[in-house]
Design a protein around this ligand. Sequence first.
Ligand SMILES: *Cc1c(COP(=O)(O)O)cnc(C)c1O
Length: 373
Amino acid sequence: MKGTHLEALLYGRVFNFSAGPGTLPVEVLEEAREDLLNYKGCGMSVMEMSHRGKDYEAIHYETINSLRQILSVPEDWGVLFLQGGASLQNAMVPMNLGIEGKTPNYIDTGTWGHKSIGDAKKLGPLHIAWTSEPTNFDRAPADDEPSFTDDASYIYFTSNETIQGVDYLRDPDWGCDVPVVCDMSSNILSRPMALNRYDVIFAGAQKNQGPAGVATVLLSPRAIEIAKTKDLPLMLSWAEALKADSIHNTPPCWAIYICGLYYKWVMKEGGLTEMASRAEKRSSLIYDVIDGSEGFYVGHAQKGSRSQMNISFRAKDEELDKKFIQEAEANGMTTLAGHRSVGGMRASMYNAFPISGAQALADFMKDFMQRNG
Ligand SMILES: *Cc1c(COP(=O)(O)O)cnc(C)c1O
């Protein structure tokens, strides 16, 4: 069964709770379909045109400018579109920002932070300034909890841990005058933010801004200065990418084009304030059911760190989790199984996820509890 919402009736679409790649706006998909065979009369698709021709160049720079506009990125910051996903940045960060004789400081709040630490460690020693591993990654630290080294080259954190559903829900102020790096893959563009707290922000596009195949990287002037001193292979160098506006080799043109459509959609819908309001509405619908369930449902993250993008929760026992996921699927709500490391369920609801989908899940959760409580 596909449900009765408009997208279901028109296109047979389900409510897709996937953690990534995630739901895209239907308007974006419709526009891409419109342009698929013949982009605006130029006789070919975006996938087929030269990345050095004027049609693609227009798309490319418009996409960069839209992202700059949405996030109010200052002129002297760099905006890159790179391949290798968010994961390649795990290596590119220490390569481009590390400083001989200084120590990278990492905050470890979940699976993604952990992976990044694993990659950075292969490139040099680092310091773990804070970890929630002993409590199974159930919260983000307060600003004064991590203990940084005096010789920190940079501070690294993950603003939203996609698997555990743990979010800072703020722009942390670490109170140190060193570059701050943030993996914002799963909550970028979901709320307004204070860019001046950061020096490097990176994000795989496939959660909150487009399809897989491209990662966005924002660089502050001081991050650019450090990166310029590095002599790195072409594809591993932020400075090389910056010099060529990310056309230092064939960029993922199609993915960038879809991001461009997505950014325009975000602006048309009301920008980051509106995205934040929708995220609040969607996630409250689900957290309210969890909190009112008298223990039938249990959330993974502590209350002050609850993600508005990824809600990890479980039912009273594992048998019920399985039944929940199966029945939800039969009701047009897919991909609700939690990551194998956390178990239970995970509802991922990014920018483009409709509020009606969150309502449908909340209603289903209540009904399921009544039948199995
Ligand atoms: C999904 C995700 C990644 C990995 O992204 P890839 O583009 O697949 O490399 C990294 N960090 C976070 C926080 C994520 O959610």
